[in-house]
Design a protein around this ligand. Structure first.
Ligand code: PMP
Length: 405
């Protein structure tokens, strides 16, 4: 498929305003949606609308079917069993679920929870709060000057007191991967459970839970062409079985008596209350879309644009790009225009319909460790092209002049 053909599948990218198309470089925040996802959500409400898992009439059964088919497809997409895939609202909710169930039951005073300094706040704050509640210690794996987590950092920090290691698969700021295999094998040696934040990997590369070897992974549908409001937590069956429910209410019980209750089997135990089958219908369509395009094609297109962007940005002498120049990176590139506040840069770019994010990217400890308060970030998806990067660079060249520098 050509760049124009792929772009034409995404209605928002075809909207012209003031005669210009949008150059969307903020897919790490949320992706655009292809027509088929938007139509699948509409079709659910037009044809299958009922509360899943409850009624016996036709629409209720169809709603249940769509919802469970979405779960089956999500499971097979990541090489998992359906009963081990729990729908959450997003990655943040999945991490909170883990902190307040597995964490609350298994982390105590004097224990350690280890995370990396590049975590998104979603994979930091639940553990920070848990540690404060329990008197446990939150310990960070830091990056060295080459943005790497060294073997000695891993061996020293992940020790016998460590109950849980939570880390991102791909940094939403730097686009780098931590040494996943080394962290997981060290955690296994010390008996710690591993949690991976796959919000920035599942949309961009083939992720198989069996190959990864972590105990839990979480990701958000809205970053992978699906609607807002649906994400997933996958966990090892025996761990999910051993955990208490997170939220309680309708649909997650086996039997309720006046003073106690027993829980539904997996995955319903973790899905209290009415879920979002419309979003599930969209997630199902999004996964079908990704499988049809092919994860290898998605990854290869993004690789090309990413490497092209790194090299084009490096030609602009007023632009400072952060992160390693010599390693494979994915998805996101952080930068600043010299002497310009990132919000000013983003505002000037937006006048040219170039959409970038400016701020701390929900990773304040990482930015602080890089000596920054904020920066700009571009991030990519399958619909981005070299032309998008050229338009970004044309616009970037104007930034300092527009601000009188
Ligand atoms: N982790 C990472 C690495 C992310 O990039 C994000 C979203 N920016 C999240 C977690 C949080 O995702 P959500 O807001 O969908 O919960």
């Amino acid at each position: 498929m050509t760049d124009a053909e792929i772009r034409s599948l995404f209605p928002e990218l075809m909207n012209e305003r003031d005669g210009r198309r949008m150059v969307y470089l903020d897919s790490a925040a949320t992706s655009q949606r292809p027509s088929e996802v938007i139509e699948a959500v509409g079709s659910f409400y037009a044809n299958d609308n009922a509360n899943p898992h409850r009624g016996t009439y036709l629409e209720a059964e169809k709603a249940t079917e769509v919802y469970e088919e979405a779960r089956n497809r999500t499971a097979s997409f990541i090489g998992a069993e359906s009963r081990d895939v729990i729908f959450t609202r997003n990655t943040s909710e999945a991490m909170n679920l883990l902190a307040y169930t597995w964490g609350a039951e298994n982390v105590g005073a004097g224990d350690r929870v280890v995370i990396t300094i590049m975590e998104h706040h979603s994979n930091l704050l639940p553990w920070q709060r848990l540690c404060r509640m329990k008197g446990a210690e939150l310990v960070y794996l830091y990056l060295n000057d080459s943005f790497e987590i060294t073997d000695s950092e891993i061996e020293e920090k992940i020790n016998a007191d460590t109950k849980l290691v939570a880390f991102t698969h791909v940094s939403n700021v730097l686009g780098v991967m931590p040494p996943v295999g080394k962290i997981i094998s060290r955690a296994k040696e010390t008996g710690a459970v591993t949690v991976m934040d796959c919000a920035q990997s599942v949309p961009h590369m083939k992720v198989d839970v069996n190959e990864l070897g972590a105990d839990f992974i979480a990701f958000s549908g809205h970053k992978m062409f699906a609607p807002f409001g649906i994400g997933a937590l996958w966990g090892r069956d025996e761990l999910l079985e051993s955990m208490p429910p997170f939220l309680s209410g309708g649909d997650m019980i086996e039997y309720v008596r006046e003073q106690d209750a027993t829980w539904a089997p997996l995955p319903q135990k973790f899905e209290a209350g009415t879920q979002d089958p419309g979003a599930a219908a969209g997630l199902l369509a999004a996964i079908s879309f990704m499988e049809r395009i092919g994860m290898d094609v998605i990854a290869q297109r993004e690789r090309d644009v990413y490497d092209y962007a790194l090299s084009r940005l490096s030609e602009l002498d007023h632009v400072e790009v952060y992160g390693p120049a010599d390693r494979e990176r994915f998805g996101a590139i952080p930068f600043n225009v010299k002497d310009v506040h990132p919000h000013d840069t983003a505002t000037v770019l937006s006048a040219d319909r170039v959409c970038v994010r400016a701020g701390h990217h929900c990773a304040q400890p990482l930015l602080k460790s890089m000596g920054l308060n904020s920066c700009c970030r571009i991030s990519f998806s399958v619909y981005n092209s070299r032309e998008d990067v050229d338009l970004l660079c044309d616009s970037l060249k104007k930034v300092r002049g527009r601000l009188g520098l």
